[in-house]
Ligand binder design. Structure first.
Ligand SMILES: [Mg+2]
Length: 162
């Protein structure tokens, strides 16, 4: 299987079917921050996104925010949501995924990773055999580097959409 191909494709994070993850025996979800649960630069998390995180926790799935953004940006949201977070994660490099799985004593088969960027959120997790979920970005703004990456990602995502 290609590392470019997510296991699941979603229109947005809030549409995630938590029961599906429960059925798959997933107990740890590593979720991206910017444009996955909060629009880039936004001071607020949407009600639907916040309630989806609550639902995951209620169903026994531990949520950890795994973000390449800085601590000062991610921490207030993580505190509010009552979840752990890792900032400056340097995705798609493996080391943070491996660190979390080891720390949580979670086998790869019971972990999932979710995010809006194929090259940062999906590829690294895929390479490790973690169940991967791509979701379309919720924000309309992107960093310049992200904009460039999205253009490169586009052909890989095209056939996932339909
Ligand atoms: Mg993102």
């Amino acid at each position: 299987m290609s590392v470019f191909k997510p296991d699941l494709y979603l229109k947005r994070f809030a549409l995630l079917d938590v029961n599906e993850l429960v059925k798959r025996n997933i107990r740890l979800l590593l979720v991206d921050f910017d444009n996955t649960i909060v629009p880039l630069g936004s001071p607020y998390i949407g009600a639907k996104e916040a309630s989806k995180i609550r639902e995951l926790k209620e169903q026994g799935i531990e949520v950890i925010i795994l973000s390449n953004n800085k601590r000062s940006r991610v921490e207030p949201f993580a505190r509010k949501l009552g979840v752990e977070f890792i900032s400056f994660a340097l995705k798609p490099f493996f080391h943070q995924y491996l660190r979390i799985l080891t720390q949580k004593k979670c086998p790869v088969e019971q972990a999932a990773a979710l995010g809006d960027q194929l090259f940062t959120d999906i590829i690294g997790a895929n390479a490790l055999g973690i169940y991967t979920i791509y979701c379309e970005p919720i924000g309309t703004k992107d960093r310049i580097t992200t904009r460039v990456l999205r253009r490169i990602e586009e052909p890989f995502l095209k056939h996932e959409r339909n």
